[in-house]
Design a protein around this ligand. Sequence first.
Ligand code: NAD
Length: 279
Amino acid sequence: MERAIDKAMSVDDWITAVLALRKAKRVVVFSGAGMSAESGIPTFRDADGFWEQFPPEEFATWDGLIGKLIAEPRQVARFAWHVIDPIARAEPNAAHRAAAAIEQHTQVTVITQNIDGLHHDAGSSNIWELHGSLLDVINAPERRIVKRFSREDLLAISDAIRGYVQKEQSLVSLIMQLRRHYPFDFRGRHRPNVVLFGDDLAEPDWTYSCREVKSCDVLLSVGTSGSVFPAAFLPGRAELSGATVVSISPTACDGCWLQGNASDVLPRLVKAAWPDANV
Ligand code: NAD
């Protein structure tokens, strides 16, 4: 649950953020679902009752999902469609591009909780994906990527699932269509590279992220409620190590807070810190 914070945004916070960025040698952009909201991917908290429709204990753990798949396959397909379809159709927005543009001015690492691959598409070079990526399929026991989807692949998968959800085709016909794209493994070792509740975070991404936040000068926390742990520990660790932590969100945050949507505020901030930035 997001904690309600009663405060107004102050000009001082903008000055703090701009001055800290101008002298920063290492920047971390720590992004959450709000970063991609304006790419058309709803945050789960903002999507109309997402967790009420799909209770996390049934849909956000592998055991829950497998149990549900046997009992109610069409409901699991609805869940998958809600998650996959917006990501299949998404393109980076101005906030992803602004995060990538910081590289022209100082060293930057993107640490993201998102699974949408949009920081890659925007051109960032150093990215750690704490919760994995929906565009990858892994061999789970070996933690080895066996396939990388293009967005066209994802769209084809999403369309096949939609046909089953809307009762235009049978489960057998859905499986036949999915087999064209998805590398099924008869021992069940292949699965989407996404971290569900109760899973360990992706490695080496988590270890390197913990290291990175200890040595950064500024951490920009963009579009995250800070309520998904252990990822949410990272801004606090950066602050303890002496970094300036700046939060960008429409909802009030503790500390230095720039109010507004990521695609509006982050490009403005980057431009204010480096007037010649290409944003
Ligand atoms: P979250 O806990 O990170 O909360 C989203 C935050 O974004 C909220 O604080 C909200 O106020 C803020 N926000 C909303 N619109 C914004 C905007 N336009 N600009 C800036 N901030 C904005 O995210 P969640 O939705 O609860 O998701 C939890 C987890 O689910 C994530 O950590 C992620 O693993 C996964 N998820 C990923 C995606 C994605 O890959 N794009 C989308 C939804 C959920």
